[in-house]
Write a protein that binds this ligand. Structure first.
Ligand code: SAH
Ligand code: SF4
Length: 386
């Protein structure tokens, strides 16, 4: 409304004009099997899917027109039916440790962020799965923004492709080798799209990112953990546990009121039984909330039956405006770590990446949104706020 009022009576500048929403789905959203079926159902040969796949993920061209072994008709058909890249790059920030943050704009102008991290074991990309998140954990910047919508599979794959294109342009032969679904959003609240995403990036004829190099993190949607155990993908599972008892967990993670720790642990035990795969437990260290030795003991008790198949990741808290949590003191973190180790629990303290460039979950996006709001206000009032 406000925007309309402001422009009444004059023509909009190109920057003010709303983008046209492109309703075509992204070609990146189809698994190879879906693409084959699609081609067959439209009277084309199934092997065309393999060719297109090769252009998309091996040669990594940026338009259908570059796919020179396809007929003109087919290229025309693809252009009519699909959009290529649904993301527009808004900001790229590279930190001293080479951590790179990308802010992307979607076709409907919403914004998401993606992070590239240089780890000892390879290049890892953290992708966003939803715009905002409805789980509402009290310590999380993403949880402050209600979910606006799920991302499509194509929008999630495109985050990896944008980063890989960026690396290709640098010409150093770098390749995204690891993926974590730990950006904004709850992946199991967007289950089908996230599963298609995983199938696309894992496909041997495409990016071929190994399932063991991919991790999906969930706040603990029990029915979906059970479904995930049956889906046949060998992808790693991480659980955002963050507290060792129901009282603390329900206070900081609403989801625990729906799926309390006993139900969560039962689902994880079944997952481990079925898959024999190791599960990572994420645990943000919040000063005076969950970081005392009694909590370490409770955590060790919870995980005792999983032995070598449980792995705890102690995460330094990234301060978020609008809440009162503080980071645990270093001596509390090391005492907590020592206690877990003594109790035979595998444990690591997570290294931080790119803190000087807003690398914490949701921060680049929320800072950019605040900046735009300030700018808009300044435009309206003629004043610039500090
Ligand atoms: N929704 C999923 C995945 C995205 S959140 C989940 O909760 O698992 C990814 C990780 O970032 C989670 O472990 C989450 O708890 C953590 N996180 C959220 N806010 C954080 C903060 N302020 N500081 C440190 N880690 C945070
Ligand atoms: Fe959502 Fe995960 Fe943040 Fe909780 S921690 S609000 S589930 S993104």
């Amino acid at each position: 409304m406000e925007e309309k009022e402001q422009h009444k009576g004059r023509r909009l500048t190109p920057a003010e004009r709303p983008l046209e929403v492109d309703e075509r789905q992204s070609i990146y959203g189809l698994t190879r099997q879906q693409m084959e079926k699609f081609f067959i159902s439209h009277g084309h040969k199934a092997f065309r899917a393999k060719q297109v796949w090769d252009w998309l993920y091996r040669k990594r061209v940026r338009s259908f027109d570059e796919m020179t072994n396809l007929s003109k008709d087919l290229i025309h058909f693809l252009n009519e039916t699909f959009q290529f890249n649904p993301l527009k790059e808004i900001i790229v920030q590279r930190a001293a440790d080479k951590t790179t943050k990308y802010l992307f704009q979607l076709g409907d102008n919403l914004m998401i962020e993606t992070v590239l991290m240089y780890q000892e074991y390879g290049l890892s990309v953290c992708v966003t799965s939803q715009v905002g998140c409805n789980i509402g954990c009290t310590f999380c910047a993403s949880g402050l923004i209600k979910k606006q919508r799920d991302l499509t599979a194509g929008e999630i794959v495109a985050q990896i492709m944008q980063v890989q294109h960026y690396l290709d342009e640098r010409g150093e032969g770098e390749r995204v080798s690891h993926v974590v679904v730990m950006g904004i959003g709850e992946p199991f609240d967007n289950y089908d799209n996230v599963m298609s995403f995983l199938r696309v990036i894992n496909d041997d004829l495409g990016l071929a990112i190994g399932a063991r190099h991919i991790t999906v993190s969930t706040s603990g949607l029990v029915p979906k953990i059970r479904e995930f155990a049956d889906n046949g993908l060998q992808v790693n599972l991480a659980i955002s546990l963050h507290a060792p008892n129901n009282e603390v967990r329900s206070a900081i993670m609403r989801i625990n009121r729906r799926y309390p720790i006993e139900e969560l642990m039962a689902a994880i035990d079944d997952y481990i039984k079925k898959t024999n795969r190791r599960v990572t437990f994420e645990y943000i260290m919040l000063r005076g909330v969950n970081d005392q030795l009694e909590h370490a003991d409770q955590l060790a008790n919870l995980l005792a039956n999983k032995r070598k198949l449980a792995y705890v990741n102690l995460i330094p808290y990234n301060p978020v405006d609008d809440n009162d949590y503080q980071r645990s003191r270093p001596e509390d973190v090391s005492a907590f770590f020592d206690r877990l180790m003594k109790r035979g629990i595998n444990c690591v303290v997570r290294k931080e990446h790119g803190t000087e460039i807003d690398a914490a979950c949701g921060q680049l996006r929320s800072n950019e949104m605040k900046r735009r709001k300030r700018e808009k206000k300044a435009k309206n009032t003629g004043k610039v706020e500090e």
